[in-house]
Each structure stands twice: as structure tokens, then as C-alpha cells.
Write a protein that binds this ligand. Structure first.
Ligand code: NAI
Length: 484
């Protein structure tokens, strides 16, 4: 019998996990559970990552974690247990499926518009590294990492899953029109991978337009792949399309460890009342069962759930207010009572197999340390981020003294908008400028040259941060300022 790790979590976690496991037990799901200590209560005992070493060891050796929601301790410097788990174990693809459930009324179900959308969200990178600094008292900076290997992993997963699902279409959501290098890289990788899947219709939509289209015509979309933060927002939007977070399952897929959980949180307002809706966790459980190859059992329980929803039985958070709601335990019992029944709408076939075993598409060689770009790389300048309360012309005057006969001062920008050599008096200024020096004729310079420039500028400014300006062959590896 396969053994998995189970963490009941905080808040309503134990209530909904007990309900789901009672359904699994009644269905004789052939799984053995190792309950592990993880969550806010473990954090409170002094374990800063929210899990005991025994829990970590068990999850790493078993490879599957089925978890309830966990509270993020409030306070500065404290990281979310959920995000730590996803990042620590490199569960790089977050798959969230959103389907019309008959019995869960939404504007779309009432209009007869079916929804079946799978969001694949990159789960590790982007701003979720939480690498942030105050550059000055007034200016905070967040670093956003989008990497080629990281994008490749999640996008390959999305295509492979879409192919298995028999998807009509796979769409990349992005903001590459503004974030040309970061989202541009994600989009570039998307179309590189798309070439290997000519049978799938692949296209891209800018994320704001995507949100509007999802709300107006959700049935146009099938599989959508996005970077981390945009994927987080768009997947909650999709949860809203099918009835809310109570119906939003989630699978965090990695090469070695996968985590299955509901999208919603610990619901502190209803904790301990036995009224929480266990559906999202149960749907996540189906994902886990299928991931483990237990197709038949998953289909049987899912059909019982669909039948239960169709027949109008509901917990207090959804359904017809004129019929009494069931509590968590009663709702689980109703599903068990419906084992063997077939729903009228969209019964689940046994082989609903779009579950991709990650090892199938592992990158051949060490995936995370390799670059496919063999172009010659050299430094042609530097962006100095300096603190100053002075006007741009004053800043420029000081900088122009220090060009060492090697650099030219190209542009000064404030919050990304050029304010020197040209600009507008209407541009608002904060006390931090980006000053760009490029080598004359773009000849390669050394880090020692940059250090010397730094030393000279230090006399007049506090330098908050620096970024090298690299060239890859004849391609600039940095963006231009707005207006440059
Ligand atoms: P939440 O999802 O816990 O609650 C939002 C609203 O939805 C509340 O009114 C709640 O009663 C309701 N709700 C949520 N799940 C429900 C269910 N199964 N049945 C019926 N009603 C349900 O979001 P909130 O309040 O922002 O977060 C509470 C805590 O949960 C925070 O500490 C947060 O960090 C954590 N959280 C954990 C997640 C995870 O473990 N993956 C995900 C999201 C939040």
C-alpha cells in the first residue's frame, strides 16, 4: 500500500481533512497515512519553517504531501509555511483546475456556459523570492526573478499535461509588453516549447486582457500557463467563475515531491464549527489519487461528489438558501451515501488521465545550472541607484565629473522614467535616481573599472544598489528607461 504524508493544518484544516479521509476510508482507498506536524502551531513551538525535522524527513522520503490550509504567522520577517514548502521542495508547477459543478450556481452555470479551465502557475520564481530592500527611506525595491530553466520546467509540464488532457488550446498569460526581459523570457520559452507540440493550438494573451476575456467568455480557454504572481491572481479569478474558493483544488507538482491542497486558507471565522466546505480539499484529493494512478477510485468518489452537488445537498457557503445546509460531517456522509451513483451532467470517466508523472519530462542534464545561450558575454556599463534629494541637472553635473574618460552618462531616470538629458517638469521625483553609465563605443569594461567609478561617485552620493549592463553578443541584456 502506498504511504503518503498528511498534515491536517490549522483552522478548519483538521475538520475538512477528517471529512475527506472519512470519505477515502469508506471508499477503501488503498493508501496509508503518516500524519506529520506542520503549520502555525508547529511554528509557535519554535520551528521557524513551520514543520518539525521529523515531518520534513517523512515528506522527503514519501514524496507526497496531502495538506490542509496553514496559517501564515503575522509579523515582519516571518515566511509563509505554504510558500516555504513549495519552494524548499521545488514543486515548480501549480496546477489548478476549475470546472462547472452542477449544483453550484454561478452566472455562467445559469447561462449554460460550461467552464473547464486549467491554470498552470509557475510556483517558485517571480517576486515570491521575497527579496526586497528599502533603497532609501521612501523607496522599496523587490527583485523579480524569471529564469530560463525555471520557465522551461513549468512550461514543459503545462504542454505535456495539455497534450494528455486532449486540450484544445494552451495560452500563455504575460505582461511582456511592459516587462520585456522577464515576461519576455517566459513568453520566448513558451513558444520554444510550443514547437515540440504542433498538435496543440498555442497562443498568448496579455494578462489584463486575459482577465477580461476570462470573465466575458471563459469557455474560450482551456489550459493557461502564467508566471507566479499573475498566475496567483488569475487562478483566484477563475475560482470565482466556478463558485468560489470552496471549489478550487490545487496540486503543487515537483520532480520528487508533490503537494496537494485546497486553494483556500484556514477560514478562522468558521473554525471549530464543523460547517466548512470540504469540497476543495476533496477535489485536490482526486488530483492526488490520479497522480498516484488510483484512477478508478478517484472517478467513483468524484462521481458521488458530483451527484451529491447535483441533488442540491450543500454546506452553508453555497447552494439554495431555501434548503437546509449540511455540516461538514453530514456533507461527507452524503457523498459516501452516493457512492456508485452516476451524475447526470459530465460524469467522470475512469481514465481522466491528464496526470503527468514529472519524471517523464525531466530535463536531461543538470537542469538548473545550464544556459542554452552561448553568445559572448561582456560588460558595457553599469546602472548606479543613488540616493539624492536634488534636481536631475545637479545629479548629472556631479556624475559627469566622474566618467573617467571611459564612460558616458547615458540617462538618469526616476522610478524608471527618464528625467535627464531630456524629460518633463511634470514628472514627479522621489529621492532615488537610476544613473546609467555606458562605456564609450560600447567597448568591454571590467568590474575593476566599475569599482573605480563606484569609488568616485561615493564622494557625492550614497549608492543604494548597482546592476551591471551586460551584452550577449550584439544583444543588450538590459532594458531602456521610459523615454530613453
Ligand atoms: P480564507 O480562504 O481562509 O477565508 C476567506 C473566506 O472564505 C472566509 O470568509 C472563510 O470563512 C471562507 N472560506 C474559506 N474556506 C472555506 C471553506 N472550505 N468552507 C467555507 N468557507 C470557506 O482566507 P484568509 O482569511 O485570507 O486567510 C486565513 C489564513 O489562511 C491566513 O493565515 C492565510 O495566510 C492562510 N492561507 C493559507 C493557505 C494555504 O494553506 N494554502 C491559502 C490561503 C490562505
Amino acid at each position: 500500500m502506498t504511504k503518503i504524508a498528511v498534515a491536517k493544518g490549522d483552522g478548519i484544516g483538521p475538520e475538512i481533512m477528517d471529512a475527506v479521509l472519512s470519505i477515502f476510508e469508506a471508499a477503501k482507498v488503498p493508501l496509508e497515512y503518516q500524519f506529520v506536524d506542520m503549520g502555525k502551531w508547529v511554528f509557535d513551538k519554535g520551528y521557524s519553517n513551520g514543520m518539525t525535522p521529523e515531518a520534513q524527513q517523512a515528506i522527503e522520503s514519501l514524496g507526497i504531501l496531502f495538506k490542509g490550509p496553514m496559517e501564515t504567522p503575522k509579523g515582519k520577517g516571518v515566511k509563509s509555511v505554504n510558500v516555504t514548502a513549495r519552494k524548499t521542495w521545488n514543486t515548480y508547477a501549480n496546477k489548478r483546475t476549475f470546472q462547472t459543478l452542477h449544483g453550484v450556481d454561478t452566472v455562467f452555470s445559469k447561462a449554460g456556459i460550461p467552464i473547464d479551465i486549467t491554470i498552470v502557475r509557475e510556483n517558485i520564481e517571480d517576486t515570491y523570492g521575497g527579496i526586497e530592500h528599502m533603497l532609501t527611506n521612501d523607496v522599496a525595491l523587490s527583485r523579480r526573478f524569471i529564469t530560463r530553466p525555471g520557465s522551461l520546467q513549468v512550461i514543459k509540464y503545462a504542454f505535456e499535461m495539455a497534450k494528455k488532457k486532449g486540450a484544445r488550446r494552451i495560452t500563455c498569460g504575460h505582461k511582456a509588453n511592459i516587462m520585456k526581459l522577464t515576461d519576455g523570457l517566459f513568453l520566448e520559452v513558451f513558444y520554444e516549447v510550443a514547437k515540440e507540440y504542433p498538435e496543440l493550438q498555442s497562443d498568448d494573451v496579455i494578462v489584463d486582457d486575459l482577465c477580461m476575456k476570462l470573465v466575458i467568455k471563459p469557455n474560450l480557454f482551456d489550459v493557461v500557463v502564467l508566471t507566479n504572481l499573475q498566475g496567483d491572481i488569475v487562478s483566484d479569478l477563475c475560482a470565482g467563475l466556478v463558485g468560489g474558493l470552496g471549489f478550487a483544488p490545487s496540486a503543487n507538482i515537483g520532480d520528487h515531491i508533490s503537494i496537494f491542497e485546497a486553494v483556500h486558507g484556514t477560514a478562522p471565522d468558521i473554525t471549530g464549527k464543523n460547517i466548512a466546505n470540504p469540497t476543495a480539499l476533496l477535489l485536490s484529493g482526486f488530483g492526488m489519487l490520479r497522480h498516484l494512478g488510483l484512477m478508478e477510485t478517484a472517478a467513483m468518489i468524484e462521481n458521488a461528489l458530483l451527484y451529491t452537488l447535483e441533488s442540491g445537498q450543500h454546506t452553508g457557503d453555497f447552494g439554495d438558501k431555501n434548503t437546509p445546509s449540511l455540516n461538514t460531517t453530514e456533507f461527507a456522509a452524503a457523498i459516501i451515501a452516493n457512492f456508485g451513483k452516476t451524475p447526470h451532467h459530465n460524469p467522470k470517466p475512469i481514465l481522466d488521465n491528464h496526470y503527468v508523472t514529472p519524471t517523464n519530462f525531466k530535463l536531461e542534464r543538470n537542469p538548473m545550472l545550464e544556459s542554452i545561450d552561448n553568445n559572448e558575454e561582456f560588460i558595457v556599463g553599469v546602472d548606479m541607484f543613488i540616493e539624492s534629494n536634488e534636481q536631475p541637472n545637479w545629479v548629472a553635473e556631479k556624475c559627469l565629473k566622474h566618467t573617467m574618460g571611459l564612460f558616458k552618462l547615458i540617462t538618469i531616470s526616476n522610478r524608471g522614467t527618464q528625467v535627464w538629458p531630456t524629460g518633463s517638469v511634470f514628472t514627479n521625483l522621489v529621492n532615488q535616481y537610476r544613473v546609467r553609465f555606458e562605456s564609450i563605443g560600447n567597448v568591454p569594461v571590467t568590474q575593476t573599472d566599475i569599482l573605480e567609478l563606484y569609488r568616485l561617485l561615493m564622494v557625492d552620493f550614497k549608492i543604494c544598489s548597482t546592476e551591471l549592463l551586460n551584452m550577449w553578443g550584439d544583444k543588450k541584456a538590459y532594458s531602456l528607461a521610459q523615454g530613453q
